[in-house]
Each structure stands twice: as C-alpha cells, then as structure tokens.
Design a binder for this molecule. Structure first.
Ligand SMILES: [Zn+2]
Length: 321
C-alpha cells in the first residue's frame, strides 16, 4: 500500500496469473472511489481489506467503483462493496459484468468462424465455454454510469476520461490535467507492453475491431497529453512517458518487420505465420499468440505492405513487394 498524494493511494493485490500483482487505486474527492478491483480470490480480498484498513477505511466506506477495463484481474472484487451505488466503466464492459449469455454466444461464434478463416486446425479450436471459464475470477455487477472520452469521473470532476482501446475494447484511462496524473490501467505499463487482444465486434459494430491500430493511435494520443505520472494497473509508477511511448511504437514496428520478412519468403495463412512466430507457445496460448499475429498483420495491411485474400474460405497473407 502506498499513499501517493492527498487524493490517491495505491493498493496492491496478488493474482494467480502470470502478470503478477495488480494495482487498485483509492481516489478521494466528492466521493470515495475505488479504481479497479483486483482479482476474485480469497487472498485478493484479504489483501484489499487489509490495505484499506491501513488507510483508515473499510469496504463499507467505498461509495463508487470505477473500472479501467473488463479483464478479470481488474474487476474481481466489485461485489464486496455494499454501499457503492455507482459503478462506472465503458459500455463495452457491461456484457462481461452481467454475464450476458447472448453476448458470450455471439463472441464464441465469431471466434469459431474467424479462426477457421485464419487457418486454425480443428484440433486447436477453442472449446465453447473457454471465455466463461476465464470469468471465474471476475466479479458480477451492473454498470450505472457509462463513461467515454471527454467525460469527467463522477464525484471527481478534475479527472477526465481518455478512451484507450487496444488492450481491451472497454479500456479507459483517467487523466488529471492540474498535475498530469494518469491512471492508465493496462494501456501504459513500464516493464511490459500490453497485448492488444482480439475481441469480437461489440454493441452496434459489425466488423471486428483492430486492436493494434487502436493501441498505436491511443499511444500517440497519450503522447500529446502532458502526462507527468502514470499510475498503472501493474508494475512501477513512472514518469518517463516521453521516452516510453516512442519505444513501444518502435518495438511494435520491429516485430512487424519480422512478420513482413516471413511473408516475403512465402504467402501464408495467419495461423501458419503464428506458428512461425511463436513455435513454442502457439499451442498452449493460441488466443494470445494469434492476437499478436493478427495485430501485426492489421498494422502491415494498414501500411499497405501486406494483402489478405480469401481463398476457399481461408485468408492468405502476402507481402507487397
Ligand atoms: Zn487487462
């Protein structure tokens, strides 16, 4: 637990995931709010309660919950605050929070079809229920406030909402102009680059989002803000945003060059590319490795350097020479 200034404290919650600990922020303003809510485990809840206690509060004192995005390690413990009347997040977080069955069915159907079109063999297809399985560590609830770019946080009108989709289609960050404080969820992390993850079309959308392009655009948007201090969802608090953003963009471009080089050798399906890029991980981490592959392909296609052609129902990607 760290008291960072008069209004922000950082609480650190263990997770059973590879990412390690996740940070939750207690924000004091007209309301007492919790930004994000760790992961739903007994250890997580104990850690949250203990650290709140050290700050002089109990779960009952929390009046609002505000979420940066819908991933289980950020929404786990939302059910533990009976007095929190407000739950605010991007509207795209809603179906995960309510466990909207129609949405989950649509999501799974989308990935079945999309993976077939990417050349993923039947034996590796994600089983139905895989998405629901990951929700085991997530809390359940109902949004009361839908936040989007340009809004201010309820109860904290000095904090502005910055839409930062890419890592998740519900991703928001929160920025306080007066001192450049930035609560960045998983958009800006110091020690790792977040994965822009594939998701199905959501809400009124009919085509799939392109998370890598969103992520890059939102990095550039953040570069134009006068960010002084990043309070991230994982890892250390940091200030060198001016160096970090160009580095993240550059590293991604380098990874894209590797993809382009493979395609210069021969045209291939997204899945074949994924196997070449991640020979050791693709079987066990298909979603993650395919997300990275598709992300790089979307980027190269956007740059006009790769074409994708549907042949017999499967995409074949080729380098533009
Ligand atoms: Zn996340």
């Amino acid at each position: 637990m760290k008291v960072l200034d008069k209004t922000i404290s950082q609480l650190t919650i263990p997770t059973p995931f590879a990412v390690g600990d996740t940070h939750v922020y207690l924000l004091k303003g007209d309301k007492l709010s919790l930004i994000d809510a760790g992961v739903k485990t007994k250890e997580g809840w104990e850690a949250l309660k203990t650290q709140l206690n050290e700050l002089g509060y109990a779960p009952n004192d929390i009046e609002q919950i505000i979420l940066t995005h819908h991933h289980p390690d950020h929404i786990g413990l939302i059910e533990g605050f009976p007095r929190a009347q407000t739950m605010a997040a991007h509207r795209n977080a809603a179906p995960y929070l309510t466990r909207d069955e129609a949405f989950f069915a649509h999501y799974e159907q989308f990935f079945q079809q999309f993976f077939v079109a990417c050349g993923v063999p039947g034996a590796l297809m994600p089983s139905s229920g895989e998405l629901r399985g990951t929700m085991h560590f997530a809390g359940k609830g109902q949004l009361t406030d839908m936040l989007d770019e340009g809004d201010t946080l309820p109860g904290h009108d000095d904090w502005h909402v910055i839409e930062t989709k890419g890592h998740a289609q519900s991703h928001l960050s929160f920025f306080r102009k007066s001192d450049g404080a930035f609560i960045g969820g998983d958009h800006l992390l110091h020690h790792i680059s977040p994965n822009p993850l594939m998701e199905s079309p959501i809400g009124k959308e009919t085509v799939r989002p392109k998370p890598m392009l969103q992520y890059r655009a939102n990095l550039m948007k953040c570069r134009s803000l006068a960010i002084q201090t990043v309070y991230p969802g994982h890892g250390d608090i940091f200030s060198d945003v001016g160096d970090l953003i160009p580095l993240r963009l550059h590293k991604q471009e380098q990874r894209a060059e590797k993809v382009y080089a493979f395609l210069q050798e021969k045209a291939q399906t997204p899945f074949e590319l994924c196997q070449q890029l991640f020979p050791k991980q693709y079987e066990n981490q298909l979603n993650l490795t395919m997300s990275e592959t598709i992300g790089q392909l979307d980027y190269l296609e956007d740059e006009g350097r790769v074409t994708e052609t549907l042949k017999d129902g499967v995409y074949v990607c080729d380098a533009v020479k």
